[in-house]
Design a protein around this ligand. Structure first.
Ligand SMILES: Nc1ncnc2c1ncn2[C@@H]1O[C@H](COP(=O)(O)OP(=O)(O)OP(=O)(O)O)[C@@H](O)[C@H]1O
Ligand SMILES: [Mg+2]
Length: 268
């Protein structure tokens, strides 16, 4: 399934599951990003994110995953780079090349691969610093949500964030993202550098974030993560989407790769 088909097929897929066919929360069309030095980060990426769904972008180093997330959240502009073709539409508004603070105000939040936390501040202060624009009642709800989701952080509120383990720092970065009350949370390299024993709790956190109504785009190098939790997946390479489809499509391919097809043939 190639790029042009992906948007329509995703819609069909959603309606086949009997869910209401809502317009996409974010629609990205033929996005091309040029870095300040002239390098092209992505060559024409198209994808949709439906409300409350989990979308995975995966693919090898240099595929353009980070570029895509930074483009749709406005951060490429802060590097003197920009979207030079295509558009990003959020809830029906053209937001192409909008700066990060405007995207944040519209409900798009990025958890970057650099895990932006303040290591010298306590966990409590890292969280408190995120809540300024959110109304008080909502802040309380969101705080309850993250306390429930990340009990480990709750018991370490007074610890300097830099003293948390890698997995706990990723949880803190996600918690900070949640506290900005996003409609769309973008997560770059959810599991990077973290022991596989921690992955399941992070997958679980993403599922819970989406169950609470926030759409999520999660990026990873491997398909493994995408297959754990995404509703819809995009495989990227060399700045392009090379394949897209519901998780089941990629699960079937993983079976082929894993030799299951041979097993089935042997049974016949
Ligand atoms: N700041 C930059 N300036 C110039 N080119 C860049 C910059 N950042 C990325 N690129 C280029 O854009 C392309 C896409 O890179 P990007 O970092 O988006 O890929 P990625 O899929 O996130 O890879 P990784 O798995 O290594 O994180 C690459 O060719 C890369 O060299
Ligand atoms: Mg990257």
């Amino acid at each position: 399934m190639m790029i042009g088909q992906s948007v329509q097929n995703h819609r069909d897929e959603v309606s086949e599951r009997g869910e209401p066919t809502a317009p996409p929360l974010m629609h990205v069309e033929d996005l091309r990003v040029r870095y300040r030095n002239g390098a092209i980060g992505v060559h024409g990426i198209s994808f949709d994110v439906f409300p409350g769904s989990v979308v995975a972008l995966f693919g090898p180093n240099g595929a353009g995953k980070t570029t895509t997330l930074r483009a749709v959240s406005g951060f490429v502009r802060s590097e003197g780079s920009r979207v030079v073709n295509g558009e990003v539409v959020l809830a029906g508004h053209n937001v192409t090349n909008s700066p990060p603070h405007k995207m944040a105000r519209r409900g798009v939040s990025l958890v970057s691969e650099r895990r932006k936390i303040f290591p010298n501040m306590t966990v409590h202060d890292n969280l408190r610093a995120m809540k300024t624009r959110v109304p008080k009642r909502r802040q309380i709800e969101l705080t309850e949500q993250i306390d429930d989701m990340f009990p480990t952080l709750l018991s370490r509120r007074q610890l300097a964030a830099g003293r948390l383990s890698g997995g706990q720092q990723q949880m803190l970065a996600l918690a900070r993202g949640i506290l900005s009350d996003p409609k769309l949370l973008l997560i770059d390299e959810l599991t990077m550098g973290l022991h596989h024993s921690l992955h399941e709790s992070l997958f679980d956190a993403v599922r819970r974030i989406s169950n609470a109504g926030t759409a999520v785009v999660v990026v990873d190098e491997s398909a493994g993560l995408a297959l754990q939790m995404a509703d819809y997946c995009y495989l990227m390479a060399n700045g392009r989407v090379v394949q897209s489809g519901p998780r089941s499509l990629f699960e079937d391919q993983a079976m082929v790769a894993g030799g299951y097809v041979d097993g089935r043939e042997a049974e016949q």
